[in-house]
Design a protein around this ligand. Sequence first.
Ligand code: ADP
Ligand code: MG
Ligand code: ZN
Length: 596
Amino acid sequence: MKNKKTDWRAVILYLLGGFLILSLFLPVKTGNQPKDTAFSDFLNRLDKGEVTEVVIKGEIIEGKFKDGGLFKTQALNYPNLVQDLRTKGVAIKVENPAESLWFWNLASQLIFPILFFGFLWWMLLRQAGNANNQAMAFGKSTAKPLVGKMNVTFADVAGVDEAKEELKEIVDFLKFPQKYHALGAKIPKGLLLMGAPGTGKTLLARAIAGEAGVPFFSISGSDFVEMFVGVGAARVRGVFREAKKQTPAIIFMDEIDAVGRHRGAGLGGGHDEREQTLNQLLVEMDGFDPKTNIIVVAATNRPDILDPALLRPGRFDRQIVLDKPDQKGRRQILDIHAKGKPFAPDVDLDVVSRRTPGYTGADLESVLNEAAILTGRFNKKIITMAEVEEAIDRVMAGPQRKSRVVSEKEKNIIAYHEVGHAILSKLLPDADPVHKISVLPRGMALGYTLQLPIEDKHLISEKQITADIIVLQGGRVAEEIFFNEITSGAQNDLERATSLAKKMVCEFGMSELGPRTFGKKEHQIFLGRDIAEMKDFSDQTADAIDTQINKIVAACHEKAKNLINANKGKFEEIAKVLKEKEVLEGEDLKKALKGL
Ligand code: ADP
Ligand code: MG
Ligand code: ZN
């Protein structure tokens, strides 16, 4: 959009220029333009002897009065004219009427317009041809450093303490680069902020610049999508050039996924413009040496589609994930945005933070803003809990919400589901230990339980795979036991469990069918994954395979059920803590799982 606007500005500029040039011609003509004079006036002045010279062009008479004024008049067939002129001693000149009229008609009707439009056309062509230079000029104007305006600091960002802790290091780099250079340390070039929309990526990037007190150059990937080819690349170049003049500095590339999409992905080949922009960004990042003291911060909510080239060492090798805030974080964010708003005593932000699981910082900001707007609409002076409640619902349903939120009931089910996984991985010695449990949605998943292996595994034993399948069943089993009702939430778990069981039977030879494999895989080199499975067994064997898979899954399900039933009391305790804290990890998690 931006560059379309600028196009129009340019067109208007050239139009004005054209008029200016045209007007340079006009004064010459108008300044010496003979004054239209009535024939009778002309005759009268001739009688008085005031005419000094005439040029007769057919019926047109032009000439000069004694006072220097030029005149022009149309004569009828006036036979005595020449006689009269002679008696008054006027100099007479006769011109071929056709010739001079022809010239002036053509000049005014054709040549000037042609010159004018030709000039315009030429300028437009020139502009298109120089798109790069133009873009550079535009690029400069849109990527102005917002230095001084960056009055955002880490204090304005809440609920992302881990990220802030990591970023303190970056701020220190920017503040005292010499300290690190003296130690021979390489300052990171790129930093990627990942997180759902509204989790404060843009805010945090600004806060880094604000904390470090360095200029902040901002460009957005989505700006490049509708541009002429070459413009995006030129703008990237322009921004880097400007930033290098004012180091240390931060270059912020918002929504980098718009240009940093996996190259060559999608139908019809890559998007030329995007690719060029991305390439230019990579070239610039590889090109400046770390002593330049520029840190490129990029933000995305789609890290999954990013071109792997972006994540290579020396590029965006530092990655920081911004999770949705937990209850404590939401409380802090609400505190920040509640400032300057008059609340009635019945408004308890603690309650608001509990009612808003899954809301991002941006969501919470709009909750308080909506509440204020509602209050204003009812001509009230003070925001009460009623408006806040209404605002929470509005924001949940509202069109501006981009990420998922969870209702109280869903949160309850998700908590039990996740504890089901967690408790089993704690109870089974062969399962990977739990690292984190969360009831906050992330990506496609509602809640999640993160298990991390203690060491890298190259060989997996039958016991370990079985334990994995049991843990995967935990979510569904918990729903069965505690709610007597099952949800669609276990779909992915069941898919993974089934696939593991199938592998046990068909690939690892871990079933009653013996140590052999079933089915051959065709590897497609270009796609790097299996596209076809060839069946090399009879239908009868297929039945046997199915039976074995079912048997494994059923046994694991049974085991999960027994384990959870045996620990129901502890289970409920953990679920309660999880519902309250929403995210359990580290010490909290250890404490919650203790005694199992
Ligand atoms: P993103 O770039 O991740 O989509 P933004 O940084 O644009 O999110 O966030 C939009 C607004 O929401 C911010 O300007 C800020 O007012 C509010 N906000 C988001 N996250 C936070 C947070 N962690 N703390 C305080 N305010 C936040
Ligand atoms: Mg943003
Ligand atoms: Zn699950």
